[in-house]
Write a new protein. Structure first.
Length: 272
């Protein structure tokens, strides 16, 4: 996809960016609403909370799919909901092509890391996915370094910079293994897909306009020359060739040299 540089292209890109922001915000809010509905369901069926990631257990592998949908209590859900809405909206707005892949990688990868290295407990919550969003946005800002990427990364660090410390062991009830897995998946996804989304548009400078005009003029002249001028001959036939010493005609007389004398010279008087 070519990056627009004209005014009309920039306006169209801005309109598309606003539409993507609305869609990303709607999807993030819908996901948080789904989490709230499932939290209400756990009041009627408390056994749903057992569907988390249980490390090194075959039955605990089902938590790779269900763990991000379950939370221990309403405080746990509220702590993740704000970050999911803000960071999810930023990711979907700035990186519409990368977002689905990064979310899927964080959803499965964070739980997989917790299943491999986690403590013997049931790990639930969307905090692993939340760490994927935070570290993914931060790493994408460092890798791309364009204006929207830097703004998104700055907002993420400004609002949720403390998440960088939650990947280390801390409280027993906090699954730092899930956090570390999500952070790892975020950085890995940024390395894999940081070039997938096109760069933002930019206005061209005056010298770039001059270079483009000169290039267009050169191409037009080349097209006119190829259309109206006859092709240049590649091989010019030789009309006469001096015979060499090995040729058969080399022994024939090649003519005589006529002397030219000045008037009044001795030889000229003798000939008169």
């Amino acid at each position: 996809m070519e990056t627009p540089t004209d005014a009309a292209g920039i306006r169209a890109w801005s309109a598309g960016q606003a539409a993507r922001a609305r869609d990303a915000l709607f999807l993030a809010l819908a996901f948080v609403a789904l989490l709230a509905v499932l939290q209400l369901a756990t009041l009627a069926w408390p056994g749903l909370k057992d569907w988390g990631v249980v490390p090194l257990s075959a039955a605990g592998l089902v938590g790779l799919l269900s763990a991000p949908l379950l939370h221990a209590d309403w405080g746990h859900l509220a702590g993740n909901a704000v970050g999911l809405v803000v960071l999810g909206t930023l990711l979907g707005t700035v990186y519409p092509r990368t977002a689905p892949r990064l979310l899927l990688l964080g959803w499965i990868g964070a739980g997989a890391v917790a299943w491999l290295i986690g403590r013997p407990s049931t790990h639930i919550g969307a905090s692993g996915l939340l760490h994927t969003l935070f570290f993914g946005l931060s790493a994408l800002a460092l890798l791309r370094r364009d204006r929207p990427a830097l703004v998104a990364g700055f907002v993420a660090v400004l609002l949720f910079g403390g998440m960088a410390l939650t990947v280390l062991p801390g409280e027993w009830r906090v699954s730092w293994e899930m956090h570390a897995g999500g952070a790892l998946m975020g950085v890995l996804g940024a390395l894999l897909w940081h070039r997938r989304d096109p760069p933002p548009p930019r206005r061209r400078y005056s010298w770039e306009e001059d270079e483009a005009a000169a290039k267009a003029l050169a191409e037009e002249r080349a097209l006119d020359a190829a259309t109206y001028e006859p092709p240049r001959p590649e091989d010019v036939p030789v009309l006469w060739q001096r015979p060499g010493p090995d040729d058969a005609d080399a022994t024939e007389p090649r003519g005589s040299v006529l002397p030219f004398r000045r008037p009044g010279s001795v030889d000229d008087k003798d000939t008169r």
